[in-house]
Design a protein around this ligand. Sequence first.
Ligand code: SAM
Length: 273
Amino acid sequence: MTIETTPSALETLKAKQHRIWSSGDYGKIARITVPLAHELLEAVEPRPGACVLDVACGTGHVALEAARAGCVVTGLDYVSELVGVARRRAEAEDLDVDFRVGDAEDLPFADATFDAVLSAIGVMFTADHDRAAAELVRVCRPGGRIGLASWTPNGFVGRMLKTVGKHVPPPPAAQPPTRWGTEEGVAELLGDGVHDLSSYTATVTQRFASADAFADLFLTYYGPTYTAAAGLDEEGRAALRDDLVRLAREADRGVDGTFVSDWDYLVVTAEKR
Ligand SMILES: C[S@@+](CC[C@H](N)C(=O)[O-])C[C@H]1O[C@@H](n2cnc3c(N)ncnc32)[C@H](O)[C@@H]1O
C-alpha cells in the first residue's frame, strides 16, 4: 500500500501532530505502557555495551530499560517537555542516557550508528511512515536489530483511535498509525533493508477505577483524545466521552465494578541486512 501525499501536507501534519503530543500531559498516561518497553527489550535482547536508540522515546521507557540492561543508550523525541521528563527519570536512577530533542523522520545520526534501533508505540505516530521507517533502517548497523511495539488495528487502542476518528476525522494526509500494528504493514515499511522479520502479538492488561475514570483520564491527558475533545463543542465532547465509555464497557473483563482490559500490541523484530 503506497499512500500518496505531498511533502508540504506531511510537514503540516507533522506540526499538527507535534502540537497533539505536546498537549494534555502524556507523562500522566505513559505509566500504563511501561510493560511494553520490558517486552520489547526481551524480544530484541541487546547485550550489555550495545549501542541502542529509542526512537520517539516520550518519557523514556525503552531507553531507561535498555540502560538498566547495561546498554549505551540514546533516546529521541520531538516534544521537549517529554524529553525533559525522560532526563529527570534517568537522573533519579543514576542512569547515563543521551536524551535528545529531534525528529524521527530525520534522525541526527550517521548511517549504521546503532546495534539496535527500537521504538515502542512511537514511530507509529510519525507523519511520514515511509521516511520514519527508512530512518530506522539507515541508522542501524548491518547485522543490527530493529525492534518495534505497535498497537494493533483491532486491539483496544486501535479501536479507540477509530472511535476518535469518527468524531474528529483525521486530516487527509494522515496515515493510519496501526499500519505498524500488522506484520504485513511493517514488512512493507522496512522493505528490503531488513531480513528475518518476525512478529507476535502481546497484551498489556490495564486497570482503571471504572470505564468513566478511563475516559476522563484519556480526555484530560492523552494528546490525541484531549485535542479531539478540545476541538468539539459541548455536545460533541459529551458524545465522544459516551463512545469512549461504551468502548471501555465492551472491553471490560472486570468483575468488581472496576475496568480491566487486555490491550493488544504487535512486537516486530528484524535484522538489518
Ligand atoms: C504514544 S507516545 C509513546 C512514547 C514512548 N515511546 C513510550 O513508550 O511511552 C508517541 C510518541 O511519539 C513521539 N513522536 C511522534 N512523531 C514523532 C517524530 N516525528 N519525531 C519524534 N517523536 C515523535 C511523540 O512525541 C510521543 O512522545
